[in-house]
Unconditional design. Sequence first.
Length: 181
Amino acid sequence: MKKRHPPTHQIEMRIAELSQLFDSMDPTPFHHRDLDTNAERFIESWALEFSQNSHFRIIVHIQEMSQDNPAALVAEAIHNHFEYKSVLSKRKLRLLLLEGQISLLIGLGFLGLCLLGADLLSGFANNTFLKILKESLLIGGWVAMWRPMQIFLYEWWPIVRRGRIYRNLSSAIVHVVPVKV
């Protein structure tokens, strides 16, 4: 069976000068600098439209290009930035899953207490107030399970997807070309 390679998608951005690509508040050298928020959002928004298994080619068109070819610096900066975002994504996932485990333990404990209380109240089937209290305990116990279920069913996979996109962006092919007038 022939193995299919993930598609390579091209992201193109145009800037007037190289400094627009980097965060002006970041004092570190180019290859360690954060990308400008707008540049980062632009690249991310395009990348997130594609499959998490996609590969990327990023072409940066620079209107006022210096004599020195900045391609290596730009590539390293983009790779470092998205590698860092990938690490942050992994950390966020780990913390979310830890929160989910703690929430699950708390939720199960509370649910157990509510079920025990509802079971004790079931002997008083004649009293309307106690019936309402019993049903409220059942509902409250199950509501306590909402957060862990939300984490384990829905919240983790978008973080994993973003992390994979960031990882793929961190190894993107980067070209820097002058704008032709």
